[in-house]
Design a protein around this ligand. Structure first.
Ligand code: AMP
Length: 113
């Protein structure tokens, strides 16, 4: 856990979130500023800054996270979904605790910009 990390505070239950499902390694909760009818963030309980760091540090949690995104897409969305890991400030990562955005429920456009 990182003491000044927003998502670690959500994992710890110190900041409320609308949790939709949990696994041993991960938590899924609704994005506070949804960009689609279904917009859920799936994060590892463990603090790692991005998905590549998580893969290096904990492959089991990484696989769990990817499986969890599919479950969220099936249960909360239409089954057709986009999974986004913004990685680095220039890619618009604003919270430096690994998280996958699951976006579903509308026609998505490409390229994402
Ligand atoms: P990113 O820009 O990829 O780092 O995504 C961070 C996401 O976290 C954004 O989509 C925010 O809307 C979302 N977010 C920030 N604070 C909260 C919060 N307290 N609860 C849920 N989602 C949040």
């Amino acid at each position: 856990m990182s003491t000044d990390c927003l998502f670690c505070s959500i994992v710890a239950g110190d900041i409320p979130a609308e949790v939709v499902s949990e696994t041993e390694h991960t938590i899924a909760f609704r994005d506070i500023a949804p960009q689609a009818p279904t917009h859920v963030l799936v994060i590892p309980r463990r603090h790692e800054p991005d998905v590549a760091s998580l893969a290096e540090a904990d492959p089991e949690a990484t696989v769990d996270l990817i499986r969890h995104t599919k479950k969220v897409a099936d249960e909360q969305g239409t089954g057709s979904y986009r999974l986004v890991f913004n990685t680095g400030a220039d890619a618009f990562q604003t919270v430096f605790h690994c998280h996958g955005h699951v976006l579903s429920g509308r026609q998505l456009t490409w390229p994402p910009g």
